[in-house]
Design a protein around this ligand. Structure first.
Ligand code: AMP
Length: 282
């Protein structure tokens, strides 16, 4: 596995692979790998001739009051994991090589990026779209792999690629969870023991809604209230950011569960802001 730090080096490598007719998978990450990242990397490895894993804590997607500096990092460990999982290249650029001081071009899907996480993280998805498009262009990816844990992110990236005719297939992988249901996240390291004990109730609440839908409930507000009541009892340390039911592709709010929808949430638990979602299937 090669470690590439300069964008030009990735561009050259990818151009040569493309000339040889090889397919290229891209797995964009911010590092501090857990089993969720590793699943994406393994999947990328299994579906393409060449695999590029990018490791970049993208400043453009963090707000001024967010955890950019505190974001957990483990370059050596991540490097070893990517190598072991068969990546051909680990792309770990310096921010200044991707964003020049006079960087002025941004990509966004404003309608889809304004709600859910976009409400409390203005500009976040503009930063995400911009970095992902850069990575897709540099790596000449045939396909790119994302996690369903960040449902809004993968939906926005799909739309960006469709609308801008980006020739990469977007693949999403199911959320990898701890045995107790908590979605794996690099930010779980921020949790105290007590917060960690409550955290699985985030997903347990979402599962409650999915079970109600299985039993015939179709009223979105009733589902939301049931989950909120559950959290009020079981997740006393949690501060809700949002809990919404949206169309799985367009992310438009849904009042009635007439077709498969996604129930998505974000909650703060101590220092961590955790997100999760579940598919509601009538
Ligand atoms: P991050 O490093 O947090 O930017 O995540 C990199 C990629 O891993 C994104 O596509 C995430 O959606 C995905 N990811 C993060 N957590 C999980 C998880 N628990 N299961 C599956 N994929 C995940």
């Amino acid at each position: 596995m090669e470690v590439l730090t300069h964008p030009d080096d990735l561009a050259t490598r990818a151009r040569n692979w493309q000339k040889e007719g090889l397919s290229i998978a891209l797995v964009p990450t911010m590092g501090y790998y857990h089993a969720g990242h590793k699943d994406l990397i393994r999947h990328g490895r299994s579906v393409a001739d060449r695999l590029v894993v990018s490791l970049f804590v993208n400043p453009a997607q963090f707000g001024p009051a967010e955890d950019l500096d505190a974001y957990p990092r483990d370059f050596e460990g991540d490097c070893a994991a990517a190598r072991e999982l068969g990546a051909d290249a680990l792309f770990a650029p310096r921010p200044e090589d991707l964003y020049k001081p006079d960087h002025a071009a941004w990509v966004e899907v404003p309608d889809m990026g304004a709600g859910l996480c976009g409400k409390s993280r203005p500009g976040h998805f503009r930063g995400v779209c911009t970095i992902v498009l850069k990575l897709l262009l540099l790596s000449r990816a045939t396909l790119a792999v994302f996690g369903e844990k960040d449902w809004q992110q993968q939906a926005i990236i799909r739309r960006m690629c469709r609308d801008l005719n980006v020739p990469a297939r977007i693949v999403s992988r199911p959320t990898v969870r701890e045995a107790d249901g908590l979605a794996l996240s690099s930010r779980n390291v921020y949790l105290t023991a007590d917060e960690r004990a409550q955290a699985p109730h985030i997903y347990a609440g979402l599962r409650l809604a999915a079970a109600m839908v299985q039993d015939g409930e179709r009223d979105g507000e009733k589902l939301r209230h049931a989950v909120l009541a559950y959290w009020a009892r079981r997740l006393p340390a949690g501060r809700l950011d949002y809990l919404e039911i949206v169309d799985r592709d367009s992310l438009r709010p849904m009042r009635e569960i007439a077709a498969p929808c996604v129930m998505a949430c974000a909650a703060r638990l101590g220092r961590a802001r955790l997100i999760d979602n579940i598919l509601l299937q009538p």
